[in-house]
Write a protein that binds this ligand. Structure first.
Ligand SMILES: Cc1ncc(COP(=O)(O)O)c(C=O)c1O
Length: 401
């Protein structure tokens, strides 16, 4: 597929300071310094598609922002998007709405497991997975990814061991995977599916990055592997990453099994979580109806950024390692040749390089010596960030000589 990028300008810089942005205005709070180039938290420095902006403007003009409904057109836009972009046919009844993927994962943990149960995750992985389990009195069970033949892979032998322990009730899948950027192949997901069926472990499949997959790779919806659907799974999706509307707090959960859906809905009612952000609903619907061309152009731009990043690291940061991500707009940088101590790496990035990257250790102990970079920004900004790291590493090497 060739993607063209003529109609959309992802190179234009739109200042985000003083917009209440976590990424830009939260630097001092998170890193202890404001004077940083922010390449961290997972949102993009690009404007949403024009259709989304227009829709929000139009609705915002009406001065009353009371409780809102979810119209059948919203369901329809989701059903059609999931079919069109991912080849998965879902039914309206399977869809539940929520204020975000993390709260939905927590709801599902509460609904489908008991305190003390083990929940398997595959670190290094998105930090809230750990907290969602621990904060709800469940136990984190790690099935760490292994680095093999130049990419991260699943350790299936270890996974089978963990799945076969009857104390472990759920597996949280991160698909595509944050932070290592893997888009799991159908064969890999099938293996997980078969093992989970064998040991009767339900899968919570976080597919928030499902639309952000580069050419040559294909996202497979985990639940679509069942015949006709995997009833032992819960799928989490949203327009939030894809169309850069994370601040509008809206996502959806797809639960094909009636019994599991009822359990999740009961927890939603208990927590009064069955209300949704008016603007999030509108943005999702219109983005799914009209956003295909924008998304294709975005993917082309992001993939070029991924190539630029990998080339820069290979040529100018030779002792730092990176693998080109297959999806997401996040890359996992290995600084272990320079730093054995995670704290030293953090200090170096903030105080010497003056860039805000997510510390790798937050993604599990396997992440010590790594940092996650968000490359969903203008290419010039990305290059500025990488050049800062290059200069800082030169300074460090010169000091050590
Ligand atoms: C894998 C993954 N899940 C969930 C989220 C956040 O979802 P939400 O903001 O809808 O809670 C992120 C954000 O970076 C993510 O990377």
């Amino acid at each position: 597929m060739t993607r063209t990028n003529t109609k959309f300008d992802f190179d234009a810089i739109i200042p985000r300071h003083a917009t209440g942005s976590v990424k830009w205005d939260g630097l001092a709070r998170v890193f202890g310094s404001e004077d940083l180039l922010p390449l961290w938290v997972a949102d993009m420095d690009f404007p949403s598609p024009e259709a989304v902006i227009t829709k929000i403007h139009e609705r915002a003009i009406h001065p009353i922002y009371g409780y809102n409904t979810q119209e059948s057109s919203l369901y329809q836009s989701i059903i059609e998007w999931v079919k069109r972009r991912h080849g998965w046919e879902i039914e309206k009844d399977w869809i539940l709405f929520a204020p975000g993927v993390v709260p939905s994962i927590i709801l599902s943990i509460l609904a489908l497991s008991e305190p003390g149960d083990g929940i398997i995750i595959q670190p290094p992985v998105y930090p809230p997975f750990f907290a969602s389990i621990k904060d709800n009195e469940r136990e984190v069970v790690e099935n760490p990814l292994v680095f093999k033949d130049g990419r991260y892979e699943i350790d299936f032998e270890d996974l089978e061991g963990k799945l076969s322990n009857h104390k472990n009730k759920l597996l949280i899948l991160c698909s595509p995977h944050n932070p290592v950027g893997r888009v799991w192949r159908e064969e890999e997901l099938k293996k997980i599916y078969e093992l989970c069926q064998e040991y009767k472990v339900d899968v919570l499949s976080d597919e928030i990055h499902n639309d952000l997959v580069f050419d040559r790779h294909k996202h497979t919806v985990f639940a679509s592997l069942g015949t006709p659907v995997c009833k032992e799974s819960v799928t989490f999706m949203a327009a939030s990453k894809t169309f850069n509307v994370a601040g509008l707090n809206f996502s959806y959960i797809i639960v094909p099994c009636k019994r599991r859906r009822a359990l999740i809905e009961r927890w939603m009612q208990r927590l009064h979580m069955n209300r949704n952000n008016l603007f999030g609903v509108l943005a999702t619907e219109v983005a799914y109806q009209e956003g295909d061309a924008w998304l294709d152009a975005l993917l082309a731009y992001l993939e070029k950024n991924a190539d630029t990043l990998v080339e820069f690291v290979r040529e100018r940061l030779p002792n730092v390692k990176v693998i080109k991500p297959e999806g997401t707009y996040l890359a996992w940088l290995d600084f272990r040749a320079y730093f054995t101590d995670a704290k030293e790496l953090e200090k170096f990035l903030v105080h010497t390089a003056k860039v805000g990257l997510n510390p790798g250790k937050n993604f599990g102990s396997q992440g010590a010596g790594f940092a996650r970079i968000n490359f969903a920004t203008q290419r010039s900004v990305l290059l500025e960030g990488l050049t800062r790291i290059e200069k800082a590493l030169k300074l460090k090497t010169a000091r050590n000589d």
